[in-house]
Write a protein that binds this ligand. Structure first.
Ligand SMILES: CC(=O)SCCNC(=O)CCNC(=O)[C@H](O)C(C)(C)COP(=O)(O)OP(=O)(O)OC[C@H]1O[C@@H](n2cnc3c(N)ncnc32)[C@H](O)[C@@H]1OP(=O)(O)O
Ligand SMILES: O=C([O-])CC(=O)C(=O)O
Length: 382
């Protein structure tokens, strides 16, 4: 009989770094050249010329739409944004202490019960579910926040996109078009990122041939952690604690010396600045020029200068999304949920791709436990 000690040690990479786990035609993260492509299109071009809805089409269908088909797509997508009444009832039941990310995870999971395509696993039904998830996640976040603040949820406006309606249903007033454009840009930039932790969680879950709501719930749970999507909230807490640029060195340098990870910096794939951070920095600059509140942005710049001078790690997408959302008047607990507003498009594109050519995802572990051991009855144990 083979005992564990005789098993050959297999080489393994902690955190599966550089392990290729699937083929994918959705997104290319070019970590050496600081470039991110969705279906071959550079995010720099998409952020400047496209919209979040068009990017959703691109990721789901693999190509940009023609004018007429895009209008038809929008009619069935953001043209009918609405939360099921059951979801609003559930949102009213959460304790005040439930965080928006926890609420989102539970609400998304529960929404599967009322999906009109529930149980239908055909591709057209899965695409409709992906659209419903995408149009409803922002409404869940905004409605829950309003309920938490003692206000009633408000209906989205038809013929407006997700960026507009997220801000409108959250803040209860028509948002400034410059804010809408900045939010739309942030949503474009967060839409997909190859096999990041939450997308991998979605693909592993989907590969068991469970339903799309279960796979997206897994993804939300993975996104929540501070090493992944939760980092944008940690960045905000750090910037608030630092308070002003002159205090950045006292905060950052001792932590760097102790090898503490600074939120919003470092990346598994990029060896240079995350191209999304480059664009988001410009957006923060624009919005703070509009609001006149520049202290937090200046503090962020001071932190970044210190990191560039004293470490080899660069800002990632979470570093400038935090001051951006703050400048829009959004509470910090919604920063990670906003990531999900966008990333649900990538998650669902990956789930559909997984199902096209599915095989159960089941790697192996290198066993490091005891060798075969005889069971001893409890009375005879020393
Ligand atoms: C949307 C996203 O998920 S983007 C990432 C969001 N997460 C964060 O911003 C949290 C802070 N960052 C981190 O914790 C990490 O950089 C991660 C989790 C993103 C990547 O982790 P890994 O790829 O495992 O990198 P790892 O931890 O091996 O770090 C490599 C080196 O960079 C250093 N480093 C990495 N990130 C940081 C950081 N944020 N601050 C300071 N040093 C860092 C490490 O200390 C290590 O240095 P060493 O080689 O001298 O020991
Ligand atoms: O790719 C990653 O590991 C994390 C990331 O930047 C993302 O999910 O956007």
């Amino acid at each position: 009989m083979t005992t564990p000690s005789t098993l050959p040690a297999k080489p393994f990479e902690a955190g599966l770094a550089d392990v290729i786990a699937c083929n994918s035609s959705i997104c290319l993260v070019d970590g050496d050249n600081c470039r991110l492509l969705y279906r071959g299109y550079d995010i720099v071009d998409l952020a400047e010329h496209s919209t979040f809805e068009e990017v959703a089409y691109l990721l789901w269908y693999g190509r940009l739409p023609g004018f007429v088909e895009f209008q038809a797509f929008l009619d069935g997508f953001t043209g009918c944004m609405k939360l099921p009444v059951e979801t609003v009832m559930i949102l009213r039941m959460f304790p005040h202490a439930a965080t928006p990310m926890e609420v989102l995870r539970t609400a998304v999971s529960s929404m599967g019960h009322w999906d009109p395509d529930s149980g239908n696993t055909r591709l057209d039904a899965s695409l409709r579910k992906a659209q419903r998830l995408t149009e409803r996640i922002p409404l869940i976040i905004a409605s829950h926040q309003r309920l938490r603040d003692g206000k009633e949820p408000i209906e989205p406006r038809s013929n407006y996109g997700i960026a507009f309606n997220f801000l409108y249903t959250l803040q209860g007033r028509e948002p400034d078009p410059i804010m809408v454009k900045a939010m739309d840009t942030a949503l474009i930039l967060h839409a997909d990122h190859e096999l990041n932790a939450s997308t991998f969680a979605a693909r592993v879950t989907a590969a068991t041939m469970t339903d799309i709501y279960s796979a997206v719930t897994s993804a939300i749970a993975a996104l929540k952690g501070p090493l992944h999507g939760g980092a944008n909230a940690e960045v905000m807490r750090m910037l608030e604690e630092i308070g002003k640029p002159e205090r950045a060195a006292d905060w950052v340098l001792p932590r760097l010396a102790e090898k503490v990870k600074i939120p919003g910096f470092g990346h598994r794939v990029y060896r240079c600045e995350d191209p999304r951070a480059t664009i988001l920095r410009k957006e923060v600059n624009k919005i703070t020029a509009l609001t006149g509140e520049t202290q937090l942005y200046e503090t962020a710049q001071a932190v970044e200068e210190l990191m560039l001078a004293n470490s080899k790690v660069f800002a990632n997408v979470d570093f400038y999304s935090a001051p951006l959302y703050h400048a829009m008047g959004i509470p910090v607990e919604l920063f990670t949920p906003i990531f999900a507003v966008s990333r649900v498009v990538g998650w669902t594109a990956h789930i559909l791709e997984q199902w096209k050519n599915n095989r159960l995802i089941r790697p192996t572990a290198h066993y490091t436990g005891p060798a075969l051991t005889s069971y001893v009855n409890i009375g005879s144990r020393s």
